[in-house]
Design a protein around this ligand. Structure first.
Ligand code: WT7
Length: 678
């Protein structure tokens, strides 16, 4: 059954979050930033007119456009017989019907003929000296061996496999090995804690988990296998655990279930025929947070997803043959799926994968990697840029960054100050900056500049990618808003595109309820947006109970349920507040159970509870202990008021009428408490 709170998507716009975003964008200039990319004339789409022509074709004759693209970018075992089907009313979307293909074949095998010895993957471990280069042929052998190992363990088409690995090449082998045999992978970010892993493994009935002994980030080891040992005790469906050696650290080995992956792979034949899969067979599940405590397992399918990832990778990064392309995200998120693995490999690119952090061993790490590998495209998140901006510019100035052409940003709105720093110190004012707006659900970029073609404005994701028809709706009435000047409202998309997730695993009704029901006939993104007089889009952030912390999407309900899971917490309410590095910080209001004191010890118990259950990246920045929370007389927490307090919008005019609250006197108390921290 659906919970009522899932319905809030159509609720009133979360003004505080929007204000936060507007504050971040406050010094944005409306002047068009002239494209200074000296390579413009060599770009794949060199002018704005080229973009407009292609965009127009993609929306005027979509089936013809996508038919051509699917034939151009993908290899098919059996051609499709129909380009598209379905709509947002029924949620019955399908692309390239009856076509048969294999994603791992498209990402690996088809490049062997001409590019067997081309480097497919460059890996850097946590230490700068840990460098590995893997050719397409080596990648092929590894994927085949691992695919055969999975088959030998009884994994077959349609089975689900959980992947809990550090950001290393074995994560890529694992994803592609699943894709080769038609198993559905569910990558679980290695930063997730115990409860988050269990709920994901259980929800997808995973038969096998692929993990490693340990991961290493910023000089710290992360015990992965140990965590999986605990998980396996609680998840009956898991028959085997494949363990890769990453650090060589000690693990407890259970001979009944555990298998050393490298050893077992050596026993496997390095050829595995690729399964002929239907375009609409599921490729992977990826969980994402929403308005309720239970994350949604979004399902992406084979052909549409791969085509969309490949095309966006090619055009948005202006990917050309000898480029060395680097996305420093983690494969545990959609950015890693689409822009470390599937997009670049489908295009036969050299893709970079990085296990470490931006400041280890020094804040020059990214820039040294760019120089070391002659990286041409670099893709990161605003939070990383903001954290690196804090260091003296000498850390970036000393590296030779001449090879760079395109700089990407993803995950949250980029404030113009960070945009300008990125452009000046990293791009040296001669690169294209692409601020890519998209989501786990969209599979690939929705609104983004194209290098060479679309002039940029710092802070704006600019214009829609091919086939994307954005609409701005009035949040209350759902009416399409279309002023010639500035338009502001919630962002929806009016026609399916190939990369859109097709369902929520085992819960299609939740898919419909979350994305299609709020505004019938549209896909609802959950974001607020403004469009300026030039038609440029400015994303203003989530309008639901989702917060975006350092580019990680977190449901406040998920965090609250972790907090009340602690033995000392009776009730909790979590909101975001503006944070100068992370975009949003996490502020938790907690009511303690009888017998617990408001002291450092209690606060650290609460913080650890979130770290252990959800993961360290979700650790609250501020925990405010309170005797009560602002509630309506019917007992509903007034989050609107908490958000305003968190954003220091707490004058009587800003707070509005609080007389309907059960205990209005708690409001001034919370205002004073919050002021102590933020
Ligand atoms: C949410 C999706 C897309 C991969 C990483 C995050 C926010 C994402 C931008 C951007 C402004 C952005 C939105 C979106 N977002 N990119 N360029 N400008 N906001 O994927 O975890 O599914 O989160 O991230 O709020 O809805 P995700």
């Amino acid at each position: 059954m659906m919970k009522d709170d899932e319905m809030i998507n159509r609720g009133p716009v979360n003004i505080s979050t929007k204000k936060e975003a507007s504050a971040l964008l406050a010094n944005s200039s409306d002047t068009v930033f002239t494209q200074t990319n000296q390579f413009s004339s060599h770009c794949l789409i060199p002018t704005i007119d080229n973009y407009k022509q292609l965009y127009q074709a993609s929306v005027d004759t979509p089936d013809q456009f996508w038919d051509e693209q699917a034939k151009k970018h993908l290899d098919w075992f059996t051609p499709f017989t129909q380009v598209s089907t379905g709509n947002f009313i029924q949620g019955d979307i399908g692309w390239f019907l009856n076509g048969k293909l294999n994603v791992s074949y498209n990402c690996v095998d088809r490049h062997l003929k001409e590019n067997k010895d081309k480097i497919a993957i460059i890996y850097e471990g946590d230490k700068p000296s840990q460098i590995e280069k893997i050719t397409y042929y080596e990648l092929y052998l590894q994927v085949c061996r691992l695919a055969n190992l999975l088959l030998s363990l009884g994994i077959k088409k349609g089975d689900t496999v959980a992947i809990y690995l550090p950001n290393t090449p074995v994560a890529i082998y694992s994803m592609l090995a699943c894709a080769r045999i038609g198993a559905i992978h569910s990558v679980i970010f290695a930063g997730f804690g115990f409860e988050s892993i269990i709920s994901r493994v259980k929800d997808a009935n995973c038969r096998l988990i692929i993990t490693a002994d340990e991961g290493v980030r910023g000089g710290k080891t992360i015990p992965l296998k140990k965590k999986i040992d605990e998980v396996v005790c609680h998840c009956k469906t898991v028959e085997h655990v494949l363990v890769f050696k990453n650090t060589g650290g000690h693990v407890d080995f259970n001979p009944q279930k555990d298998i050393w992956a490298e050893e077992a792979m050596l026993e496997q034949r390095p050829y595995c025929p690729p399964e002929h899969l239907d375009s609409e067979d599921p490729l992977f599940i990826l969980y994402t947070s929403g308005s309720t405590g239970q994350p949604k397992g979004l399902v992406h399918t084979q052909a549409g997803y791969l085509l969309y990832a490949a095309m966006t990778h090619k055009y948005v990064f202006d990917y050309q043959n000898d480029d060395i392309y680097a996305c420093v995200a983690d494969v545990g998120w959609i950015t890693g799926h689409s822009y470390i693995v599937y997009g670049p490999l489908a295009n036969g690119a050299t893709t970079f994968i990085f296990e470490g952090t931006p400041t280890y061993p020094t804040p020059s790490r990214y820039w040294e990697m760019i120089e070391r590998h002659k990286i041409t495209q670099f893709y990161t998140a605003p939070t990383a840029i903001r954290s690196l901006m804090k260091f003296p510019t000498s850390f970036v100035e000393k590296s030779n960054l001449d090879t760079l052409r395109v700089l990407g940003s993803v995950g949250e709105p980029i404030n113009p100050e960070a945009w300008r720093w990125y452009n000046k110190f990293v791009g040296r004012e001669r690169c294209s900056i692409v601020d890519t707006y998209w989501q786990t659900e969209s599979g690939g970029h929705l609104i983004t500049p194209l290098p060479g073609a679309i002039p940029t404005k710092p802070g704006s994701a600019t214009l829609p990618f091919f086939g994307i028809i954005p609409k701005i709706l009035d949040p209350q009435t759902g009416q399409v808003l279309d002023n010639a000047d500035t338009t502001e409202g919630v962002l929806a998309i009016s026609r399916p595109w190939p990369g859109i997730a097709r369902t929520v695993y085992k819960s299609h009704s939740r898919y419909l309820l979350t994305y299609m029901k709020p505004y019938p006939g549209y896909y609802f993104t959950g974001d607020g947006v403004k469009r300026d007089k030039d038609g440029y889009y400015w994303i203003e952030g989530r309008v639901d109970d989702v917060i975006n912390v350092a580019g990680h999407r977190l449901g406040t309900a998920e965090l609250e349920s972790a907090l009340v899971g602690s033995y000392c917490c009776a009730e909790a309410a979590v909101v975001g507040y503006p944070h100068d590095v992370k975009g949003q910080g996490i502020l938790a209001f907690c009511i303690l159970k009888e017998g617990y004191e408001d002291d450092e010890n209690t606060v650290s118990i609460l913080r650890n509870e979130v770290r252990n259950t959800v993961g360290p990246f979700a650790s609250p920045d501020v925990i405010v202990i309170t005797p009560s929370l602002p509630k309506t007389r019917s007992g509903k927490i007034m989050r609107r008021i908490l958000r305003k307090i968190a954003c220091h919008e707490s004058s009587p005019e800003q707070l509005g009428d609080i007389s309907t609250l059960a205990e209005p006197e708690v409001v001034p108390l919370l205002i004073t408490k919050v002021l102590k921290y933020i």
